[in-house]
Ligand binder design. Sequence first.
Ligand code: NA7
Length: 554
Amino acid sequence: MSRSSRKENLFDVLIIGAGFAGIYMLKKCHEMGLRARILEAAPDVGGTWFWNRYPGARCDVESLEYSYSFSDELQREWVWPERYSAQKDIQRYIRHVAEKFSLLDDIQFNTRVVEAHYKEDQRQWHIKCHDGASFIGTFCIMATGCLSSTHMPDIAGIEGFSGSFYHTGQWPESEPDFSGMRVGVIGTGSSAVQLIPIIARQCRHLYVFQRTANFVVPAHNRQLDPDVEAAHKANYPERRRQSRQTPFCIGGHPAPAHYAHEASAEERNLMYEKKWQTGGAISYLYSYKELLVDPEANETAGSFVRQKIRSIVRDPRTAEDLCPNDHYIGTKRLCLGDDYYETYNRDNVTLVNIRTSPIRQVTSNGIVTDDDDYQLDAMILATGFDAMTGSLFAIDIRGRGSAALREKWRYGPLTYLGLMTAGFPNLFFVAGSGSPSVKTNMVCAIEQHVEWISGCIQHMMANRLAEISCSEDAERKWTDHVAEVGNATLYPTAKSWYSGDNIPGKSRVFTPYVGGLDVYRKKCDDVASSGYTGFRFIGSEDRRLREGFFEVSE
Ligand code: NA7
């Protein structure tokens, strides 16, 4: 490689992914005067929100909370049309942010990273892409998302289906029309819960193939009242400050004051009914203090939803099939829906229980179960993601001594604060395993991580440090702590993507840190202010440091 082309591909910071995390990381790099580039597989910004554009795709955190807080101008000027934002509005928002802060020129689209290797002698990350392009960076930042690697189920004959075929997580831009079609949806997680009522209204007949029933509480989505929005915006910075002091970084939901076991059955029913009418998952789970740690208390909240299902769904057998019975409410992602259970009262919708009558195979024109044969014109997989680590393992990531991340994390992710893993210097993860990430407001978690990483890089610049890594001891203690905090709750009892249960052969580890973003933020801040306890630095005066960080930046 000539010296000039080497320079062109040489960056202080390489960021993988142009979703909420990558976009903000790039902005921080600009503020720090660093040469940075985002490499993004998609043709546009958005990350998970770019790909998940299936009908009904919507965020389950309210719009005024699920948005960046770093710019008061941005949060005041942007108008969210609905209480819970539709995918297209979130996509429009991320694009607006990228344009407003002049980020697009430093994003390379249609570029899928396949390899990231750390070269110890140079203290640099060497990145290779699917088209052979290569990049070198002092820092590599994985902003690859937790729900970005789709899960394709291994069902016999699936590749031979001749009708239209979709996965919710890789939805085409073309907006398919299902009118007049017999459509099969496999899966009943959050994506399917949003999609099913809409497809049911379009198609001739909808067959929903359900393996596991999930709890669904109403979203009560609606247009955002301009007065509510104006009041919120008038006090935005203070509201954000208050949100940051909560475990989920979501304001407007005071922590529960009472225990379910101290309330009478009548009081509990009144409470759950009030929450059902208000809508929202956090609101429902915040009914009582001990719902996510005490099985008996949890059962009171779960059985209320089962009663609702039985009162809404007219066919008793369908209602029973829709009643979740294998996990505690809230231990799998609590789905938000509008019109979900009501949809099963339509004449053109059939629920197929594939737990009692499993899918035998997919044929060219439909699905055959133990009991029946369903002719289909279109099939939609709403089968989820290889969550948390899927997108990382899709890249051949190698640290010191060419050690592979896939190998190191074979029995589960090992991180220090979710930020780094030992033996992989200058490699940061944004809002993934070992951090609050998916168990909190993701945008808020991303901002916290990006700001911490930026502060760390600034510290390194100020002190002429070339390399950071975490110690194995710090990593082991943190990973044990994450497990200990998780095990004190009911979360790990559920078979869920939080624990990797949905991916055959994946090690079963509950990886999100559920101690709360407020507690976690303080921990990260304390680590930084105490001189980055648990991390090790190497100075840049080391002669082996070649082109890169300081030379390029100065
Ligand atoms: P989820 O929540 O992982 O749901 C996937 C669904 O697909 C779930 O009902 C699965 O049933 C079902 N599934 C997966 N594989 C199969 C096979 N082989 N056969 C039949 N059914 C299958 O993914 P979503 O996309 O809905 O939501 C992911 C997150 O995105 C969500 O939690 C929000 O945070 C946003 P199972 O339960 O495994 O029996």
